[in-house]
Design a protein around this ligand. Structure first.
Ligand code: ZN
Ligand code: ZN
Length: 78
């Protein structure tokens, strides 16, 4: 492995700033910078991010799909 030319201090500071700005942006818009969850990727059920386990939340997307399946079943059997 060849050693890479070390980044200059200015370049490192710039990258730090970029990351800080990105974290700020995600945080302000309602996302979570810690797990890099974009605002529109937050859990629709509980509004939390991937830092949480979501053990207790119902996920509307899955629930809606289940309800749809149940409705279809009911319709067919009646
Ligand atoms: Zn998070
Ligand atoms: Zn959730």
């Amino acid at each position: 492995m060849t050693a890479r030319r070390p980044l200059s201090t200015a370049r490192l500071a710039y990258l730090d700033q970029l990351e800080a700005v990105e974290r700020l942006r995600v945080g302000i818009l309602g996302g979570c910078p810690d797990c890099e969850t974009e605002p529109d990727e937050m859990c629709a059920g509980c509004g939390r991010c991937q830092c949480h386990t979501h053990d207790t939340c119902t996920r509307p997307e899955a629930a809606a799909r289940l309800r749809l399946a149940l409705t279809d079943d009911t319709r067919e059997t009646q």
